[in-house]
Ligand binder design. Structure first.
Ligand SMILES: C[S@@+](CC[C@H](N)C(=O)[O-])C[C@H]1O[C@@H](n2cnc3c(N)ncnc32)[C@H](O)[C@@H]1O
Length: 385
């Protein structure tokens, strides 16, 4: 039981209401009062049960609606909202086991909450940065070639490029949603990580400041950034519909790197104490004479690899295997990827011989990952990174 029965709240009333709103607006389904209390506890700490309940039942009918006995959702969520589409008729499939990896079909917020504390020794993940690019609505547009938030980068060398989500089109409300999404996500995740566990989170130069701030606010320690040196095909273009007039202008820099944020759950004691007790706290060195570094040259994911796992955000094995190998400094523990996509993190963990767990909520990608993981494990990146 997280919410406290008798203790007065340390927070002004609006804070409790906002916390309820945050946790509910991020959920794929109506939540029980107990689930709401638990998540509010994760977000703002001890909160009287009576104050959560009175917000739900009495104070703010304009915000919250009772969907069934004891279950509440944010008012108006059934028709709109970033994750609202997932409310209807969702049936989760059974987890699928590989040699040392397990993939769950679930919403990771719900799934993480059900895990035991101190279960994971690292997180390596590539989340939905813009969030709405992975809603069923936007995925239907992408799969039918209608674009939506996805754009096809211009072809300057005769090669057809893969679609990329547009992050410059996010509204202030969507940006605020991104921040809340990562804050609540990190709050739910923290107790499930062992002390010293690293979370390495893919981002992009436009949104990394928001994600990074949210992870730090949630209580993870910032430990730097890994730069994946790669041509992402974002930016560099001349002004739309005025190419000739402004032939010498790039609207924004052509991006040639991708930030992977590095965070750590605070240690228990010194690094050596933490390594002894939990097996975490540092990175595995590539070799005894070389420290783990924060710039990794990486080719874009090649067509041969994409054909094995045709996910629009597929990350290359050559790069991921280096990150995955490094995040378990003593080669012991479990790596979590809560936004598993086509399962590239799990495949990388299998390839280096580590245990891993993934969660993917889109059934189409879940099925893709089930087929792709064994193929990606056997994929030989041809000496490239
Ligand atoms: C950027 S992609 C990850 C792609 C992955 N790096 C790969 O190489 O295949 C993010 C994934 O997270 C999934 N996703 C979005 N919200 C989720 C949630 N709440 N729980 C679990 N998965 C989610 C999306 O369906 C999408 O497949």
């Amino acid at each position: 039981m997280r919410a406290m029965k008798d203790q007065p709240s340390r927070y002004p009333p609006g804070r409790v209401r906002d916390a309820i709103f945050h946790v509910m607006s991020l959920s794929s389904r109506p939540l029980s009062v107990k689930e709401i209390e638990d998540r509010v506890y994760r977000v703002i700490g001890p909160t009287p049960s009576s104050s959560v309940r009175s917000y739900l039942r009495l104070n703010t009918p304009e915000f919250f609606v009772r969907e069934a006995r004891g279950f509440y959702a944010v008012q108006g969520r059934s028709g709109r909202g970033v994750q609202a589409d997932f409310l209807k008729g969702r049936e989760w499939r059974d987890p699928v086991h590989f040699t040392k990896a397990t993939l769950f079909h679930s919403d990771c917020f719900d799934w993480i909450e059900q895990q035991r504390n101190n279960s994971f020794h690292a997180v390596v993940t590539d989340p939905p940065y813009g969030l709405h690019e992975y809603t069923p609505e936007q995925q239907t547009k992408l799969r039918s070639g209608r674009g939506g938030v996805w754009r096809i980068p211009p072809s300057f060398d005769g090669h057809v490029r893969s679609p990329l989500p547009r992050f410059t089109t996010l509204t202030p409300e969507q940006l605020d949603y991104v921040r809340r999404f990562f804050f609540v996500w990190a709050r739910l995740l923290l107790p499930k990580l062992v002390p010293g566990a690293h979370a390495v989170v893919a981002s992009n130069p436009l949104l990394s400041y928001l994600v990074s701030g949210a992870l730090a606010d949630a209580g993870l320690e910032r430990r730097g950034e890994i730069i994946r040196l790669t041509m992402t095909m974002r930016g560099g273009d001349r002004p739309k519909a005025a190419h000739e007039e402004f032939a010498d202008v790039s609207v924004m820099p052509r991006s040639m790197w991708e930030p992977w944020l590095v965070y750590r759950k605070p240690l228990e004691g010194r690094v050596q104490d933490n390594l002894r007790k939990w097996g975490t706290g540092g990175f595995r060195r590539p070799s005894s004479d070389k420290p783990f570094g924060d710039v990794i040259a990486s080719s874009p994911t090649r067509a041969t690899e994409r054909n094995l796992a045709p996910h629009p955000s597929l990350k290359p094995q050559a790069f991921l295997r280096q990150i995955v190998r490094a995040v378990l400094p003593l080669e012991k523990g479990v790596i979590l990827d809560p936004f598993a996509g086509a399962g590239s993190t799990l495949a990388a963990a299998e390839a280096v011989g580590y245990e891993s767990v993934g969660v993917e909520k889109d059934e189409f990608f879940f099925d893709m990952a089930c087929k792709a993981i064994p193929r990606l494990v056997n994929f030989a990146p041809n000496g490239e990174s």
